[in-house]
Design a binder for this molecule. Structure first.
Ligand SMILES: O=c1ccn([C@H]2C[C@H](O)[C@@H](COP(=O)(O)OP(=O)(O)OP(=O)(O)O)O2)c(=O)[nH]1
Ligand SMILES: [Mg+2]
Length: 151
């Protein structure tokens, strides 16, 4: 069964489309910038900006929201999410915001309604924490960071 995602639109998101899957198989819902028409956000190269979505989400317990970059913005403009994937906890009831960073060479302007990121709703496991002393060995052991070779 599909989880239902509650979406509350704050006043500055009125008139903007709700997050939507842009194709039948899209994993992510595109998130739009809820900046005012006359207050676009300018992100200079190397700088970051917190972009409001104007949305409060009610994510069902047992799920999380992952705020991920859009590949088109990354490829064309070097715009990505700094803390990718951003984590939206199911119990968060503040406005969802997108932390963009400009890794490109040019200024980038975020305008009202621009699709700046995408939100993936994913199941999340919460572990029971048990403190232990290390018991069983594994073939990998402590090998990592390329220990299995490069080719
Ligand atoms: O890209 C993001 C990442 C987080 N959040 C919100 C929802 C999330 O539930 C909350 C906390 O995020 P996170 O746990 O990543 O940040 P923190 O630095 O650990 O803050 P906190 O101490 O509030 O958990 O901030 C966003 O709106 N956008
Ligand atoms: Mg946290």
């Amino acid at each position: 069964m599909k989880p239902s995602l509650g979406v509350v639109r704050l006043p500055h998101a009125h008139g903007l489309d709700l997050p939507a899957y842009e194709s039948v198989g899209a994993a992510g819902l595109d998130l739009r910038a809820a900046v005012a028409d006359d207050r676009p956000i300018l992100i200079l190269p190397g700088r970051r900006a917190l972009v409001p979505t104007g949305l409060i989400l009610e994510i069902p317990e047992g799920f999380e929201g992952q705020v991920r970059p859009r590949s088109g913005l990354a490829l064309k403009h070097g715009i990505t999410c700094l803390n990718t994937p951003g984590t939206i906890d199911w119990d968060y009831r503040g406005e969802v915001k997108v932390l963009l960073v400009n890794l490109g060479d040019d200024d980038f302007t975020v305008t009202r309604g621009m699709r700046v990121a995408q939100l993936v709703i994913a199941p999340v496991a919460r572990a029971v924490i048990e403190e232990r002393s290390l018991a069983g060995g594994t073939a990998r052991g402590a090998g990592g960071f390329g220990s299995t070779g490069t080719a």
